[in-house]
Design a protein around this ligand. Structure first.
Ligand SMILES: [Zn+2]
Length: 178
């Protein structure tokens, strides 16, 4: 069954020589397909479209941005868990402040069942799925300690990536009025 166009909306592109187009189509089973694309060669050479997700009241909204080509607002935390050491995974997934806090919790805890902090609990569970495959508190604590020691030496970590994303966002344009 083919999709039929329900609506199409256009707004000016940044250089104003072309347009940004949003379309929404649906088929007989009420499946909806939406798309936003750039209809301007100059702007297409400069930007691509990415979405940022936000919670608006009780539903998720996706906000479209024009992002400079060669850059991305997407966090750099996808990796093969079998290849990246657990301590490095922690650096990519958490801020240094959080890791410091988790380390303090792990210093005071001897068993998983006694830990109440949710972030610490999820890190311990995650350790089981990592190369080490352990939930031993001592081992997890050593990994967290190693992550804290190496944190700032890494080219990419959660905090540096947060800064990078904020910087890319400054050079990106939110697509308004679609
Ligand atoms: Zn343009």
């Amino acid at each position: 069954m083919s999709y039929e166009l329900d609506y199409e909306k256009k707004v000016s592109c940044p250089c104003e020589k072309g347009q940004i187009v949003e379309t929404s189509s649906s088929n007989d089973w009420n499946q909806v397909k939406s798309n936003i694309y750039i209809e301007c060669m100059d702007c297409k050479n400069k930007y691509h479209i990415e979405y940022q997700y936000a919670i608006h009241g009780d539903h998720d909204v996706s906000i479209p941005y024009l992002v400079p080509n060669g850059e991305t607002l997407i966090r750099n935390n996808s990796y093969n868990i079998n290849e990246v050491p657990f301590s490095k995974q922690l650096c990519l997934s958490y801020s240094l402040d959080i890791l410091d806090m988790v380390y303090q919790v792990l210093c005071k805890s001897t068993t998983y069942s006694k830990i109440t902090d949710e972030t610490t609990r999820s890190i311990v569970r995650r350790s089981k799925r990592s190369v080490n495959g352990t939930m031993r508190i001592n081992t997890v604590r050593e990994c967290v300690s190693e992550a804290i020691q190496n944190y700032n030496n890494l080219n990419v970590n959660y905090d540096k990536d947060t800064e990078r994303i904020a910087d890319v966002k400054k050079r990106s344009l939110r697509i308004m009025n679609l």
